[in-house]
Design a protein around this ligand. Structure first.
Ligand code: HEM
Length: 122
């Protein structure tokens, strides 16, 4: 019985040690942080995608490829298309007229993420 107790204790601590060490190298789940190896996109490259069927937008420093989403966007295209190829945080946050997008829109936005906008050296 004592042997079984010792054995069970050893297995327990072995499991604890395994979980603790995995925690060290396992990448932390951080939905707000950039995915590992994400591309960095300079503003000049962003600007080359300014058409309705080739539309990238930077919102809060993150670049999104909205080409496939634009036909589904609920507003008139003329509200959104002018922001293709540009930094569009304020337009997104105000919908051009002072009202923020919903949490559902924010979530949808994350699915079109393709990289991070970088500062360009002069
Ligand atoms: C910066 C450019 C954008 C502008 C100016 C803009 C503007 C608008 C406007 C005027 C409406 C409809 C009227 C209203 O609800 O008040 C709307 C609704 C909506 N937009 Fe945008 N939009 C932009 C980008 C986006 C993006 C990138 C997404 C998501 C990928 C998105 C998702 C939605 C959704 C889901 C709605 C429905 C209402 C809501 O859930 O907030 N929009 N947007």
């Amino acid at each position: 019985m004592r042997r079984l107790y010792l054995y069970a204790t050893a297995v327990f601590w072995l499991l604890v040690a395994t979980v603790a060490s995995v925690g060290h190298w396992w990448p932390a789940a951080d939905p707000a942080g950039p995915p590992a190896g994400e591309r960095t996109i300079p503003a000049a490259e962003l600007a080359r995608h300014s058409l309705p069927d080739d539309c990238w937008m930077a919102i809060r420093g993150v670049v999104h490829d909205l080409s496939t989403y634009l036909p589904e966007h609920p507003s008139r295209p003329s509200e959104v298309v002018p922001w293709c190829g540009r930094e569009a945080t304020e337009a997104y946050d105000t919908k051009n007229r002072g009202r923020p997008h919903s949490a559902r829109a924010d979530e949808l936005l994350t699915t079109y993420r393709i990289g991070r906008l970088t500062e360009e050296k002069p």
